[in-house]
Structures are given as structure tokens and as C-alpha cells.
Design a protein around this ligand. Sequence first.
Ligand SMILES: Cc1ncc(COP(=O)(O)O)c(C=O)c1O
Length: 407
Amino acid sequence: MDARTKMKPAFAQTRGGLFSKVAKADVGGGYLELGRQGVALMGWADPFYPEPAIPPHVRDALVRAIDSGFPAHYMPPVGDDALKEEIAKKLAAFNHLQVDPRRNIIITPGSDAGLFFSILPFVGPGDDVMIVDPSYPNNFQAVELLGGHAVHVPVYARDHFQPRIEEFERRVTPATKAIVLTNPNNPTTAVCRREFLQQLAGFAIRHDLICIVDQAFEDSVFDGVEFVTLASLPGMFERTVTVFSISKGMALSGLRVGYIVADDKVMDTMYGCAVAVIGATNTASQIAARAAFRDSSFVAKYVQVFDRRRKMAYEIFSDVPGVKMAMPESGFFCWVDVGALGTGGEIAARLMEQRIAAVNGGDAYGRQGRDYIRIILGSMGSDGQVRDALERMAAFFRQLAAQKGLQ
Ligand SMILES: Cc1ncc(COP(=O)(O)O)c(C=O)c1O
């Protein structure tokens, strides 16, 4: 018997699994095997991987927690109150959101689980959900797994990947239920400007839509660009679920802690089904996360590293024929147009074959990603390792460009 025949079509049709012919960089142990073979691992958005990167005070809190024996027990399914209090302070200071930590925050086992949990109550068969294309693959997949219809809203390099409200207006229908937005965006690194978010708020209110906003990369925004939390705009808190992570800016991905923030009415139902959906988040990790929020000064140091690395990539790729890259606005990766050399998927496969680097083909991020690759610059311990991998990539691109007669 093939149990897949009993599955909902969206699940049965999922690609990239066990029997997939196309290696998916971010699933399974194949990726780690590439690392053992000397391939530079630049496909996981995991800062400093595989070097240990845990600030001493967070490590101490983790070790003390484990020594106490208490982490063998559950925390409350909606999360540790002490951690939520720390997070509420951060939300007030950074996101301009005043929330009650006991009512408006749920701690999740990472923000991927948080994102799925945020979309789950709202999306089912017959619902259209607007998603910027390109953006984080889970946005599309989560909506489709729930039976909803992902409506791709394109963003363009000529706009520096800033979404345009006209592109949303053009696609809205009576079936439109929600917008899922990754801000700052992964993979484009674009940070939505206040003006656009105000337009989006007006659009969501006018069409009575729910907004789910993933802010996993909010901590690393460069060049003084203002970061605005959509939920903080007038009239938006009641219709927005915001998803956060400690994996990226804090580089604590292995702790598996994320959190979601929403108003009382949304949280009423989410609290009600938290056990069924997420169980509870790891106890030791939540205790360590308290320490990370109490003193998060290390984040600024990481941002300096990411800033150096984006400039390094920009400089290395700037004079490579057939390759176009804009200076990243946020995060620790770059989004590179290699369309003149091949599709992003082809180029990513060739970089892997050549044992140079594991990067991501852009088509995973939506239809607009076809010509692109995403390169994680934040992985690996030293800038020198990243430079070396980028230079090897650039040399390979030069060879390809020469074969195609590009100058
Ligand atoms: C935009 C975005 N959201 C969420 C996640 C998931 O992060 P985590 O589950 O580690 O919090 C990622 C990871 O790459 C991401 O890029």
C-alpha cells in the first residue's frame, strides 16, 4: 500500500522529499556530507555554522539549567513566563509594541513552527493568500499544505525588491484572506520601507485581511534603514500575527526558540490549541534565551561581521561578467543574479559538482527567483573562509562567462 494515496493532495504532491531526484540543500544529512567533503556550506541561514557561537552568559545559563536537572520537565506549552517578560521589554523598545507577556506572546520551537502555527488558524481550502515572490519558501508551502492558494505578488530588481502596492491591488479577490510577508525579506534582503507598510496597512484594512509577518531577520538591517513593525501601525495589531526568531540575529538557531505575537482575540484561540499544535518548547533553551534577551549586546557585534561580509561579497562579485548583485540591505546572505550564466538551479548544481560551495538555487523562493542564487555569507567562523569560498565562486563564474563569450 502507498499511504500517500490517502494524503491530502497538497501533501502527496510535496517535492524535495526522500525520493526526490533533486537534492534539496536544506533537508537531510546530505548537506553535512558535502561539508565533510570540503564544500563550503553556504546554503543554511545559520550564522557561523559550524563554529560554536554562543555568548558566554548564554552558555552559562544553559549549562546551569541543565545541571539543575529541571530541564527534564515541560515549560508551559505557551512558553516560559520569565522569557516572555524579557521579550515584552524588547518588543516595546525595538518593535514599538506594548504587549501583555501573559496574553500576547507564545514561545514556539523555532520560528518555522511559529510561522506554520500563525498561518494555521486562518487558511484553508478556498482562501487566497498573497505572498511576495521571491520570499521564504515556507510561506508558499505552508499555505498550500493547508489547502489555500498562494497568490504570488512579484517584486523586481529594478525596484530594489521593494513591493509595490499596485501589485497587491491587482491581485486581490473576494477569496483573499491574508497576506504573508517576510520582512526583512529572505532571499532578497529588502527591508520594507515605512511608506510601503503604511500603504499595505491601508490595503489590509480596506479589504479586511489578516497579515502574518515573519521578522526573523529584523536585528540585522544595515545603513541606517528604518525598520518598521507592521503590527505597530495604527489599526494593525488586531489583524497581524508577527513571527520572530532567535536563530538569526542572535545566532542561537540550535536552541530552537521562536515566538509569535498577536492580540488577545487571536491568542485566545492559539492558547487553546497550543498543546495540540506545538506541544511545548525546550525548557533548557528557554532558560538560556532569557539570558540572551537580558543582555543582547552581542547582536551588534554579529551585525558588524555580517556588514563586513556583505561588503566583501559585493566587492568580489562587482566585476565578474554575467553576475549582478546589489548591496544587501539586511541579514547575512546575498541574492545574486547569475541569469547570464545559467538558471540559479543550474549554477547552484554546478558549484556543488565542482565541490566549491553549497548555495541555494533561486527557484526555491518563487517564480521570480529563476535567475538567482542565494549565498549565505554568515556561515563559517572566519571572514577568511568566506572570502576564499567567494573567490573560488567568482573564478568559476569567470570561466563560465568566458565560455559564453561574456566580457
Ligand atoms: C525568513 C525565515 N523565517 C523563519 C526561519 C526559521 O528559523 P527558525 O525556525 O530557526 O527560527 C528562517 C530560517 O532560515 C527564515 O529564513
